[in-house]
Design a protein around this ligand. Sequence first.
Ligand SMILES: C[S@@+](CC[C@H](N)C(=O)[O-])C[C@H]1O[C@@H](n2cnc3c(N)ncnc32)[C@H](O)[C@@H]1O
Length: 275
Amino acid sequence: MEDLNQRIERHYLKEGLYEDIVERLKDLGVDLENVKRSDLAAVDEFHVRGAAVSRELARSIDLHGLDILDVGCGVGGPSRMLAEEFDCHVTGIDLSHEYIRTARALTRLVKLDSRTRFVVGDAAALPFGDDSFEVVWTQHAQMNIPDKKKFYSGIKRVLKPGGYFLFYDIFKNQDREVQYPMPWASTADQSFLFTPKEMDSILAGLGFKKVSSTSQTQAGIEFFDALVAKMKASGPPKLGLNVTMGASTQTKLMNLLGQMKDGTLALESGVYQKG
Ligand SMILES: C[S@@+](CC[C@H](N)C(=O)[O-])C[C@H]1O[C@@H](n2cnc3c(N)ncnc32)[C@H](O)[C@@H]1O
């Protein structure tokens, strides 16, 4: 029988993802010898508000030149952004073999492979030594991880003393039933939502100091409203998260948007520092 991580990997699986992206780039007339990160931006940042919110989060502290771990990195868009725009050395880790294969291939395509590395692994059992990174970064991955204390303890362990933890995540506000499928889970048994307050309490218990936090819910709603209007007017984009999420993209997005609007779910970003 499949264990939880195998079921989650299957939820995200899109066979031949890299090859599909390349075919779509060709159809869009992109020269494959000169692919830029901006050519991939619509498909390689798998979270609400894409590259814009990653850039905002990256600017919340001075990240220039630092060694960063991107936990649950997906196909690596944010890792490549941190490498190219902020001159960081980035390690991305993700459960999905197909996403890591795609992350490596996309990184070669945009010629950023000397500043990034991508490894397959479990975010709840990080295969790195103590005090390895100056920054740990995570976006929209903890919803798949049941043991939050184990997840955040691992992050603390691999961070250097004084290092920063940056997050941008989806939380629940209250105990209302969540409608699935969602972008991160086909069914309720793949989803482990908790509140920002519960996260704060775990991090405080681990000795992290809170530096800042920002509600991102309204910005996320506005982004999705505009996206849905655009999709209604001109159909799904040639290259977008519909490539990764497949036939159920619209249902997943509408479920997420509806439950942000009715207050069931919240988006929040922030920064903590290891003591
Ligand atoms: C919604 S995607 C976000 C990807 C990326 N952070 C981004 O923002 O573009 C969630 C990612 O978390 C990964 N993930 C879920 N559970 C994980 C775990 N236990 N260990 C490592 N990665 C995990 C999934 O495979 C998926 O790539």
